[in-house]
Design a protein around this ligand. Sequence first.
Ligand code: BES
Ligand code: ZN
Ligand code: ZN
Length: 487
Amino acid sequence: MKIIIQNINSKELQGIIIPVFEDKKDSCNIIQGFKDNNTFDGKEEEIFYYTREEDGVFNYRILIGLGKESELTGYKYTNAIAKAVKMAKQLKLTKYGIRLGEMSSICIGGRTKGITEAVGLATYNFDKYKSDRKEYAAEVYILDAPEDKKEKMSLKVQEMNNLVEGITIARDLVNEPANVIYPESLANKVVALGLESGFEVEVFNEDKIQELGMKAFWAVGMGSARLPRFIIMRHMGNLKSKEVLGLVGKGLTYDTGGYSLKPSDSMKDMKCDMGGAASVIGVMSALAKNKVKANVIGVIAAAENAISGHSYKPGDIIGSMAGKTIEVLNTDAEGRLTLVDAITYVIEKEKVNKVIDIATLTGAALVALGTITTAVVTNNNEFYNELQVAAEKTGELFWSLPNFKEYKKQIKGDYTDLKNIGGKNAGTITAGMFIEEFVEGKPWLHLDIAGTAWADVPFSEFIQKGGTGVPVRTLYKMINGGCGCSK
Ligand code: BES
Ligand code: ZN
Ligand code: ZN
């Protein structure tokens, strides 16, 4: 998909997308033209298309409702354009325009961003394994851009295209099956991406993992014929600053549950259990490509939770890189074991001063918040507010669960420092608090994306069935800040 900021004669286009406000539709001359025989009102999510003839040339007009002007947000705008872009794809338009229009609620930069995200994300399709797949690409013209804004707009398009690419990387990695993406192949992909996008990559093999004392991570990974890999990605975009953010992604390339085996129905989607890792890789790629002025280290403890004669077993007592001992009461609560060693590594060896971990960690997050909202556990309200400020702009939803110290009792071990499950109640909180034991008091956010990394039923116009890419957009926004526009 190619975005071009240029006015072009409508006869050269196969169609034009025209956003319409509900409370301004009467001044829209297109609607005036057919007022009597249609019901299009410009309401949010409303869409209407028709063909028109101009000097013997037929083309489409796709009207997309934006609702009331004062209520428009960046997210609603992107969502509306995404709906129209999908319609354009359905109509097989390969050269069409989108009217930028005039609006007070979102600045031109915000609209350019929304259009670029919508065009890139709404046309995503994981169809590479279909023999009869049809490639689709279109030239999309942003129409009526003011001359003096074009240069800035084109920089925004470039930046957002890089973000879209990052999100696409995350979606693809989640959608790829476990016979394609396993720890070693994931590490190889990250090495290739690092070279392409411009971030530094280091990979530790099974010997180095053990040498570093990552006993909890090794316990999870050692049972599979696909041996674990530890992946480090570095983007040091602001050497003047001492601030370094650590992003830690859960990277279970497959989760059978181990000896605490999952029932088939819950196991079938477990290729998505590296959704956290995928989002970290997507963010790192976008940060590096856009040369964002921030220091970020991404780490992934990549493993496959499988059954064999080498696998860890319920009842095993294991250590960890931090020296804490853990009783494994359920081999299906493996994510936290891999994450805590990754967190110790990124704090101790990479010297980060803040940590965000992103993990498809608990089915309980799905029960509590469904597939719409990512569950958060944090030890720092200020850090949480930074996340919420970014999320308000991207439209991705997050909500924090309490981390009252009373819950900690549930994960204290009988014979060990900790046990890896906290009973059947408050599973998302106790999983988060298990991780908190390893963050050494650093500001920390735990994002449980078990419900939001994967969509069976897409919940916005630019998300498809399968990997969603959540929360790449919000993390990018949090790290890079905004365009200055309030929305
Ligand atoms: N990978 C799963 C969590 C999951 C569930 C991710 C649904 C995506 C969709 C995780 O490793 C797991 O199995 N967690 C257990 C923890 C329990 C044994 C304490 C769970 O949620 O059942
Ligand atoms: Zn599990
Ligand atoms: Zn898992």
